[in-house]
Every structure is written in C-alpha cells, then in structure tokens.
Ligand binder design. Structure first.
Ligand SMILES: Cc1cc2nc3c(=O)[nH]c(=O)nc-3n(C[C@H](O)[C@H](O)[C@H](O)COP(=O)(O)O)c2cc1C
Length: 153
C-alpha cells in the first residue's frame, strides 16, 4: 500500500484538524496515511514520494514553531527533492495583508528550489472567509485526488 505523509505546521491546532479531516479521504483512495506533527526531512523519503503539507502562518508570515526545524534542515542540508510530488494547503488570514499565507507560500518556493513538484494549485484558506477550515479543505482534497489521479484502490 502506498504511503502518504501529511506534514502539519500549526500553532492553535487548526491545521492539524484539517489533516485529521482529510486523512480518511486518502485512506479511501488506497493510501496508508501518517499525520506528522513534528516533521523532519526523514518524512520525505524517496519511496514515500507523495506528501501533503497543511501549514498555517504565524507572526508576520512566519512558520509555526513545530515546523521551524523542518525548514531549518531543508535550508541547511539542501537535499535534492526531485522525486517528491506534493500538495499544499496553506491556512492564513487575509487581514494580515502582505504576509497572507506567507509560510505556505515560502515553503512552496523552497520546495521548488529543491526540485520538488507541486501537484495542482496551492489551496489557501482565509480565516476571514472560512470559519471552519475543513469546509474548504475536504472538497478541495476530493477534487485533488481525482484530478491528480491519485486513487490506487
Ligand atoms: C499571532 C498570529 C499571527 C498571525 N500571522 C499571520 C500572518 O502573518 N499571515 C497570515 O496569513 N495569517 C496569520 N495568522 C492567522 C493564522 O494563520 C490563521 O488563523 C490560521 O488559521 C491558524 O491556524 P492554526 O490553528 O493551525 O495555527 C496569524 C494568527 C495569529 C494568532
């Protein structure tokens, strides 16, 4: 059974909640799903080459604390991620203006620099418009699985 890691960056648990709500959709599509709350580079191994990031933004466009070590090792070790395909769900709040979804956008740029390929568009969930982030994430993931032909079962 193929493995899908959902790597979470969260301050207040909203991104983790999204990960938990979308997990069964991937299981129904034939994946063994692992939600990773303290991600490291080891969670991006080459035989597990499909990942989903669910990442909120804090501070002024900053990464949540639990996600900082992942970004630091990505920058320090600079691994080639050419086999990695991934999806990106970014949580933010447009009232923060220029730093809206800054962590998700910055991670996207970093992953691209390292050769990874995002499948489909990044989903940005705006807390100003969407009270429950799952309401936006669940239909997006359903469409994502279909459009990217990820279903294996
Ligand atoms: C102190 C603080 C700073 C924030 N800074 C930003 C920001 O710079 N850009 C942004 O888009 N959202 C920002 N947000 C909004 C959060 O990203 C948003 O509420 C998100 O849904 C929180 O997800 P979480 O529950 O996973 O931490 C901030 C929220 C707080 C409380």
């Amino acid at each position: 059974m193929p493995q899908l890691n959902i790597l979470v960056g969260t301050m207040y648990g909203g991104a983790l909640d999204v990960a938990e709500q979308v997990k069964p959709l991937f299981e129904q599509a034939g994946f063994a799903v692992n939600i990773v709350e303290q991600p490291t580079l080891d969670d991006l191994t080459s035989d597990e080459d499909l990942s989903l990031f669910v990442l909120s933004t804090t501070g002024s466009g900053d990464f949540p604390g639990n996600f900082v070590p992942f970004v630091r090792s990505l920058k320090d070790k600079s691994p080639a991620l050419t086999t990695l395909r991934y999806g990106m769900i970014a949580l933010g709040d447009s009232s923060y203006g220029d730093t809206y979804c800054g962590a998700g956008r910055a991670l996207d740029a970093l992953l691209e620099d390292h050769g990874a390929r995002r499948l489909g568009d990044r989903l940005e969930i705006d807390a100003m418009e969407t009270f429950m982030a799952d309401d936006a994430a669940v239909p997006w993931v359903e469409t994502w699985i279909e459009e990217q032909q990820l279903k294996v079962a």
